[in-house]
Each structure stands twice: as structure tokens, then as C-alpha cells.
Design a protein around this ligand. Structure first.
Ligand SMILES: NC(=O)c1ccc[n+]([C@@H]2O[C@H](COP(=O)([O-])OP(=O)(O)OC[C@H]3O[C@@H](n4cnc5c(N)ncnc54)[C@H](O)[C@@H]3O)[C@@H](O)[C@H]2O)c1
Length: 414
């Protein structure tokens, strides 16, 4: 797309990773496996342990390991593109600085913390003539692609209404949205935006229509001090109620060894040491009723699109499962999906067929979608056609809708 950058299909695109956490590790897999298309030109990460583990893993030399974005951005433009995989409250400022220097940007969701910030990024990208894509990975996920293809094929007529549910899963919920870094609205934004901007984006992408009206309800109902069991303690390891608590950190991390991939393991120590450290002094050892969380723990949304489709959507933290379910009502039939399979039924003649997707459930990298997200970004930079609708201009619609949903939730709260 930009000959000035001296980028050709044959010259690998050079990318600097900003933030070397969980998401960055996924995108790195594509970079490592496609040296003909892309190279890692550096990593920016304030945590020295993570920075070095990440850089050692892919051979980034010492002089391209940056401890802060200031150190990196002060160099000017030293690569073609950046991937921004930092916490939500960093996205706006880092995108603006990167675009200002002429970098193409692959930006983790959510785009920013407000609609205005998102608009500013889109305008800056247009002015600078750079690609800014948002990591809406569901656009590259085989199951969601098929669901959309079926709904829009015309085979079952026109979409009338959609009923969509996003169960978060209780372990993810307590780890990420109660004890973890996404529990406070001030830093991570409303939970519906930080977690379910994927779902809102999916609904817009599925229906091909913008949201005209919305109303929403939700609040923090359970994870507050008022609901702490009698005699419970500030940390699960000291708690007399631990053995009967469904949200116990001892059970989740020490017994089940689940949700421990973001625990840092310094050289010479083990993951078990890291778990014990968290339980004794870390944020993840805290009682779920005594954290500093203030985001909702369930929310419902009713929407109407500009084309007249009605949508009901629910997000719930109190679930054992975390597979999204979608029921699409069309004029000539119905499509029902639960990520394991899609069932397509027609009204006349009465018929039902089932498409199996069990092979994609739990498959790594969101069933490969994370890797295609980077590939698609690299292709867009090199001028290849991109109909994924993940560029900032399309992606902004989900940010606008999420903002409207939060405004409605706050307005209607009594
Ligand atoms: N697309 C998806 O499916 C998906 C899934 C989960 C999370 N996310 C989003 O991806 C982003 C990263 O999430 P994660 O799970 O990888 O978090 P993480 O905490 O594992 O990684 C973030 C990394 O950024 C580093 N960091 C913090 N401040 C920084 C700064 N100023 N400059 C550079 N690095 C900084 C942290 O030290 C950390 O290593 C978030 O915005 C999150 O909402 C997207």
C-alpha cells in the first residue's frame, strides 16, 4: 500500500511488539512461523522478566529490547508496524504516537476507552495513510465465519432477529474481572466493552447493519464485601470458609493449576513458587468479596439495527461453560449455533441439517484465528485486498455501540 515505505511483497514486514503478555505471545507464533512475510524488529515491555523471556524466545537482540514506550518512540520510525498488546488504558495514547510516526498498527481490542478516542485514532490513521486494524479475531474464526456466511447467503431469507449469549465462565470471571486487571472501570473500561466488544462487533458484522437504538441493564451484584461469608478472611489461604467457597483461589490455582499462565516465574523458581507467592501476597490470592473491582457481573442488552433487526444479548459471569450461543431467526428458517455445531432449519420444506465444529472448540489460538489476524494485517500493509472488516473505520462501530450501551445502563440504573 505504501511504496514510500519500500515495502514489497517479497520484503518481510518488520514489526515491533508493544506489550509482551498473553496476547503478544499468541501473535508472536505467526511472526515466528512466517519469516518470509514478517520479522520481529523489537519488543517494548516494562516487566524485565517478561521482556527477556519473550525476546530470548524469538532472538531479539539486547539493543532492541525497550523498557518503555518513550524509549522506543523516541527513536523515531525504526520498523514498518507495531502490534499494540498492552492494557486497555494504553491503547489510545500508544496508537496515536505510533500513527504519528507513520507506523501501521495492529491494535488489540478494545480500540480505546471512549468513542471520541476511537474516532481520533481513525482520523489520524486516515491522515497518515497507515493501516490500523483491530484484533477482532472472530472475523477469522471458522465457526463464526460459517455462521455469518449461512445467515447472509439468502438461503433462509432475511434476518429478522438475533438472540446471542456470551457466558464468561466463572473461573475466567474471578481471575480476570474480579481479582485481575480488568475489574476496575477506571483502567479497563466497562466490562461489556472490554470483554464483549467482540460480541457487539460480531452482531454488527453478522447483521451488516449499525445499531439504531439500544437499552441495557446490569450491575455488580455479587462480588462485594457485603456478600462475604461470615468468618471469611482477606486471603483464601487464611480463610475458614475456603473449603466450601466456589471462588477459592487455593482451589483454582494451587489445586487445579488453572489460569496460571500469566504468573511470572523468575529464573531458579517454579510455577508452584509463583502460585504460592500469589496466594500469599499477590492480587490473585485475594478474597473475591474483598477486591477493588467495580465492573458489572452480568448485563443484558436489547438492540434494534438500522435495518430493523432486533437483537437480545446477555453476558453472564456465573457460568460453567464459556461457549457463545447464537440463535438467528430468518424469514424462511432458523440457524442455531453453540460453537460446537451449527443447526440450520428451514420452514418449508421442513428440514434440518447440522454442521459439526467440535474440532474448533478449545483449538489453540482461537482455532487459528489469532494467527490469521496478523497475517491479514501484514497482507493489508502490503496492499492485498482485505474484506475482513477489521480496519479501524469498520471496527469503530462496535466502540460507538458499546459506549451507547454503557450510557443506557447508567441512565436506567435506579
Ligand atoms: N483479541 C482478543 O481475543 C483478546 C483476548 C484477551 C485480551 N485482549 C486484549 O489484549 C490486551 C492485552 O491483554 P493481555 O491478556 O495480553 O494482558 P497481559 O497483562 O498478559 O499483557 C499486557 C502486557 O503489557 C505490558 N505493559 C503494561 N503497560 C505497558 C506499557 N505502558 N508499555 C508497554 N507494555 C506495557 C504488561 O507488563 C504486560 O506484559 C488487552 O487490551 C486486552 O483487553 C484481547
Amino acid at each position: 500500500m505504501d511504496s514510500l515505505d519500500n515495502i514489497t511483497a517479497r520484503k518481510p514486514v518488520s514489526i515491533v511488539m508493544i506489550g509482551a503478555g498473553n496476547r503478544a505471545r499468541k501473535y508472536l507464533e505467526y511472526i515466528i512461523s512466517s519469516p518470509d512475510k514478517v520479522t520481529l524488529a523489537g519488543v517494548v515491555e516494562p516487566n524485565p522478566l517478561r521482556r527477556d523471556v519473550f525476546a530470548d524466545h524469538c532472538g531479539v537482540p539486547a539493543d532492541r529490547r525497550y523498557a518503555s514506550v518513550d524509549e522506543f518512540f523516541n527513536l523515531g520510525r525504526v520498523a514498518d508496524a507495531v502490534i499494540i498488546a498492552t492494557p486497555d488504558d494504553c491503547h489510545y495514547e500508544q496508537s496515536m504516537r505510533a500513527i504519528g510516526l507513520g507506523y501501521h498498527v495492529l491494535l488489540e481490542k478494545p480500540i480505546a476507552q471512549t468513542d471520541e478516542e476511537g474516532e481520533a485514532i481513525a482520523r489520524a490513521a486516515e491522515r497518515a495513510g497507515v493501516v490500523v486494524n483491530v484484533c477482532y479475531v472472530l472475523h477469522f474464526h471458522p465457526y463464526f465465519l460459517k455462521l455469518r456466511e449461512l445467515a447472509r447467503s439468502g438461503e433462509l431469507g432475511r434476518i429478522v432477529s438475533v438472540s446471542h449469549r456470551s457466558p464468561v465462565g466463572i473461573d475466567r470471571a474471578t481471575h480476570v474481572y474480579v481479582r485481575g486487571a480488568w475489574g476496575r472501570k477506571e483502567t479497563s473500561g466497562p466490562l461489556l466493552t472490554s470483554k464483549c466488544c467482540h460480541d457487539i462487533d460480531f452482531l454488527i458484522w453478522l447483521t451488516g447493519s449499525r445499531c439504531r437504538r439500544v437499552s441495557s441493564y446490569g450491575s455488580l451484584r455479587w462480588f462485594t464485601e457485603a456478600n462475604a461469608p461470615e468468618g471469611s478472611a482477606a486471603r483464601c489461604i487464611d480463610c475458614s470458609a475456603e473449603s466450601g467457597c466456589p471462588f477459592s483461589a487455593v482451589d483454582l490455582y494451587r489445586r487445579r493449576h488453572d489460569w496460571i499462565s500469566n504468573f511470572d516465574v523468575p529464573a531458579g523458581t517454579t510455577i508452584d513458587d509463583a502460585i504460592e507467592r500469589e496466594l500469599a501476597t499477590g492480587v490473585y490470592g485475594r478474597c473475591v468479596y474483598r477486591c477493588d473491582n467495580d465492573v458489572v457481573d452480568r448485563q443484558v442488552v436489547a438492540m434494534e439495527t438500522e435495518s430493523g433487526i432486533t437483537i437480545d444479548f446477555a453476558m453472564d459471569l456465573f457460568t460453567t461453560d464459556c461457549r457463545r450461543t447464537t440463535r438467528i431467526s430468518l424469514t424462511n428458517g432458523e440457524i442455531v449455533g453453540d460453537e460446537q455445531s451449527i443447526t440450520v432449519s428451514t420452514f418449508r420444506p421442513r428440514s434440518t441439517r447440522r454442521i459439526d465444529f467440535s474440532h474448533t472448540v478449545g483449538a489453540p489460538f482461537h482455532a487459528g484465528a489469532d494467527l490469521v489476524t496478523v497475517e491479514n494485517f501484514v497482507n493489508a500493509i502490503t496492499g492485498m485486498p482485505d474484506d475482513s472488516r477489521t480496519d479501524i473505520t469498520d471496527a469503530l462501530e462496535s466502540q460507538r455501540t458499546c459506549d451507547a450501551i454503557e450510557a443506557s445502563r447508567l441512565e436506567l440504573r435506579r
